[in-house]
Design a protein around this ligand. Structure first.
Ligand code: HEC
Ligand code: HEC
Ligand code: HEC
Ligand code: HEC
Ligand code: HEC
Ligand code: HEC
Ligand code: HEC
Ligand code: HEC
Ligand code: HEC
Ligand code: HEC
Ligand code: HEC
Ligand code: HEC
Ligand code: HEC
Length: 353
């Protein structure tokens, strides 16, 4: 049995419905999903209250019955705040349709990229910069937002650019020691500097010194040993320019007396100790040891140069022994002028063949 008010209400519905409906003709939802017989007004907390067990129609649920889920703070606000006219279908769906773009078009119109309906705070500024290809590291992490985003209003984020020089051009132009502009340095500061080091210190390690690889004995931290007085320009690359005194002081072998070329790299690498570990010229100058029959047959220079401190002296017969079987003698049966000493061997076999 229906109560009298209910019956009256149902009758009213039939007759007054069209006249009274402020929601537009497209509304597909039953009036009873939202209204009760008591009044057309709806108390704001009604939506949160449990539905009456007597209700004949299920209560309207925005998240289920429309394509716009009410999330976060949107769940707590009055229907009219969004549906001013009460014609529910006439409503914007994009954040920017209802919210003022405080960023003044500097961040685009897709607010969802950074915001949701809970609040306007951005939790992960770090990730935001990472996504922009500019991870905030070192000195940059310590800087204020406004140090980089200079706009008058804090919320205006005009494009700055990700390149070091986009922000550090003034410092670049003001350098004196060394004067970067005069030296023609690249404006890619990261070639030589690290944003995680303070005070524009030189990037640690030798890896960035691409102009002249700092390998072996050159892997030193005291830049002024090569860049005298902190002058980074016109540093010579020629070995002799920096190592002439060592060359002149050599005794074993005496380079000057032997007429060695002053391009040390012909015989030396930068490996510490001046071992002649690149002495391939030995073959052409003296005796083939990196090619020919003796290639791979010796381990140390002193197997031939058996007199310590004297490369002029050498021995063949420490290897080519005058043994009991008399092999060597046999080989030279027919050879006039044969004698068993190294100088003789060398004079008849200057190329070891
Ligand atoms: C999806 C929910 C919903 C449905 C369905 C619905 N209404 Fe409403 N109606 C509202 C809300 C919300 C208000 C505003 C209530 C308030 O401000 O307290 C309202 C207000 C009204 C008002 C008062 C208008 C005014 O200016 O204050 C009338 C009349 C009304 N509705 C009629 C109807 C009729 C008739 C139907 C069915 C054809 C209907 N409504 C269906 C939600 C609904
Ligand atoms: C934060 C803003 C917001 C609030 C608050 C809000 N709505 Fe909506 N509503 C929307 C948007 C946006 C749409 C459009 C969805 C679509 O186009 O499918 C919509 C769609 C609807 C529709 C479907 C309209 C149609 O014909 O497609 C109804 C009905 C509706 N809302 C009723 C309500 C009622 C009732 C309340 C209060 C309980 C409410 N809305 C609160 C934003 C809101
Ligand atoms: C149909 C209109 C409408 C749409 C669309 C809409 N909002 Fe809202 N939103 C409102 C209204 C109205 C309020 C309550 C009044 C206010 O705080 O501005 C609100 C409140 C908020 C709040 C709470 C503000 C506060 O100060 O607590 C946030 C956050 C928010 N909206 C974010 C969003 C985001 C993000 C989107 C897009 C995903 C969005 N809104 C889409 C109308 C809308
Ligand atoms: C690229 C990310 C990004 C986008 C896109 C974005 N915002 Fe923001 N928004 C921010 C940041 C960052 C803040 C500062 C929040 C903070 O300090 O936690 C902010 C703050 C806000 C605030 C709060 C301001 C205050 O302090 O009262 C509002 C309102 C806002 N944004 C609206 C929007 C609207 C509307 C859109 C879409 C047109 C939008 N935002 C798009 C990043 C974004
Ligand atoms: C050291 C410089 C620096 C600092 C400090 C900095 N940013 Fe940025 N920010 C950038 C750069 C570079 C971008 C990349 C976009 C560009 O070229 O402008 C960027 C981009 C953004 C964007 C736009 C992201 C997008 O997707 O459109 C927002 C928003 C932003 N920063 C907010 C902040 C906030 C808030 C802070 C302080 C908490 C901050 N930034 C601190 C350099 C910085
Ligand atoms: C979006 C602007 C921006 C970009 C791009 C940027 N920086 Fe910075 N940088 C800053 C700000 C702001 C500071 C902190 C304030 C200051 O010391 O100038 C800073 C500080 C530094 C410092 C510390 C300076 C000091 O005096 O201690 C170094 C080093 C540095 N940045 C290197 C770099 C390098 C390398 C790059 C490129 C990979 C780069 N920066 C790109 C804005 C930027
Ligand atoms: C080719 C390498 C190289 C490049 C590229 C380079 N620098 Fe330098 N920079 C140096 C060296 C070397 C020093 C001196 C370091 C030292 O004394 O420890 C220096 C020192 C500095 C100093 C402090 C000295 C002074 O006179 O103020 C600043 C500031 C500086 N650089 C800024 C920059 C900026 C900004 C960029 C990019 C736009 C940049 N540098 C690019 C090599 C370079
Ligand atoms: C073993 C010697 C040596 C050491 C040590 C050395 N450099 Fe160099 N550096 C050179 C030479 C040689 C050049 C010139 C390369 C060329 O012109 O091709 C050079 C070039 C440079 C340049 C480029 C100058 C220009 O005008 O293009 C910079 C900057 C530089 N060095 C910085 C440093 C810093 C900083 C250190 C200390 C960490 C250092 N160097 C240590 C030998 C050295
Ligand atoms: C034709 C080859 C050759 C050239 C060119 C050469 N060296 Fe040497 N150097 C040697 C040989 C061989 C040794 C002895 C290596 C050993 O003891 O293992 C040597 C040893 C040295 C030694 C250590 C021995 C001593 O007497 O102090 C120094 C220092 C040295 N060289 C400096 C230089 C310098 C500097 C240059 C270039 C300006 C240079 N060398 C060019 C072949 C050469
Ligand atoms: C701009 C100056 C400069 C140039 C050019 C230069 N060097 Fe050096 N070299 C040095 C300095 C400085 C040291 C470190 C010496 C010290 O610690 O006293 C060094 C060390 C060495 C050492 C290690 C010496 C030892 O005692 O262990 C070798 C080997 C060497 N250099 C070879 C070379 C060769 C080969 C070349 C040419 C390809 C060359 N250098 C070019 C400055 C230079
Ligand atoms: C298989 C034998 C053999 C080996 C191994 C050998 N040498 Fe020699 N070397 C000779 C001969 C033979 C000569 C020529 C001697 C002459 O003309 O007085 C010579 C000449 C030299 C000279 C010139 C001496 C001078 O002042 O005229 C130098 C320097 C030298 N060798 C260095 C080396 C070094 C360094 C090594 C090791 C990397 C080496 N040799 C390995 C056989 C050898
Ligand atoms: C470190 C030991 C060693 C020293 C020192 C040495 N040789 Fe040899 N020599 C050999 C060996 C091992 C062979 C054999 C290579 C083979 O079987 O092809 C050889 C082969 C030869 C051959 C024969 C090549 C052939 O046609 O079969 C001659 C000639 C020769 N050496 C001359 C000399 C002379 C001259 C000297 C001194 C300047 C010298 N050797 C110093 C190890 C040495
Ligand atoms: C007067 C010149 C002369 C002297 C000195 C000399 N040889 Fe010979 N050697 C020859 C001749 C010629 C041959 C034979 C070449 C042939 O049969 O192809 C020969 C052959 C050899 C062979 C064998 C080559 C092979 O093809 O099997 C070796 C090894 C050899 N000599 C090493 C030495 C040694 C080590 C010395 C020093 C002790 C030495 N020779 C002294 C001229 C000489």
């Amino acid at each position: 049995m229906r109560s009298l008010p209910q019956i009256i209400w149902l009758l009213l519905l039939g007759s007054q419905l069209i006249a009274q409906n402020p929601h537009g003709t497209q509304l597909k939802v039953d009036c009873r999903s939202c209204h009760t017989p008591d009044s057309w007004e709806i108390a704001p907390d009604w939506w949160q209250k449990p539905p009456s067990p007597a209700a004949s129609v299920p209560r309207f649920n925005h998240s289920v019955n429309t394509d716009f889920e009410l999330e976060g703070r949107h769940q707590k606000i009055d229907c009219r705040a969004c549906h001013e006219t009460l014609v529910f279908a006439v409503v914007g769906q994009q954040c920017i349709d209802c919210h003022i773009d405080l960023h003044q078009q500097t961040l685009g119109t897709d607010c969802r990229r950074c915001h949701d309906a809970n609040d306007w705070l951005i939790d992960d500024i770090t990730a935001l910069h990472q996504d922009n290809g500019f991870p905030l590291l070192g000195n940059h992490l310590l800087a204020e937002c406004t140090d980089c985003h200079h706009s008058e209003s804090y919320l205006k984020f005009e494009r700055i650019g990700n390149l070091c020089v986009d922000c550090h051009l003034q410092e670049f132009q003001a350098t004196t020691s060394p004067n970067h502009v005069a030296a023609g340095y690249s404006t890619d500061c990261s070639m030589c500097h690290d944003m995680t080091l303070p005070d524009w210190r030189w990037v640690a390690g030798a890896a960035n010194h691409l102009f002249f690889p700092l390998t072996g004995g050159h892997a030193i931290n005291d830049c002024t040993k090569c860049h005298i007085g902190g002058n980074f320009t016109n540093t010579p690359t020629d070995c002799f320019a920096c190592h002439s005194s060592e060359y002149m002081a050599t005794t074993n072998p005496d380079h000057e007396a032997a007429g060695f070329p002053t391009d040390c790299s012909i015989c030396h690498t930068t490996g510490p100790g001046w071992a002649a570990d690149n002495f391939t010229q030995h073959d052409a100058l003296y005796f083939p040891i990196y090619s020919g029959n003796h290639k791979g047959e010796w381990n140390n220079c002193n197997e031939c140069h058996t007199t310590a401190g004297n490369f002029k002296a050498f021995s063949c017969i420490d290897c080519h022994e005058h043994n009991n079987a008399g092999d060597l003698a046999d080989e030279h049966d027919e050879v006039g002028g044969y004698s068993f000493n190294s100088t003789a061997c060398y004079s008849c076999h200057p190329k070891g063949n």
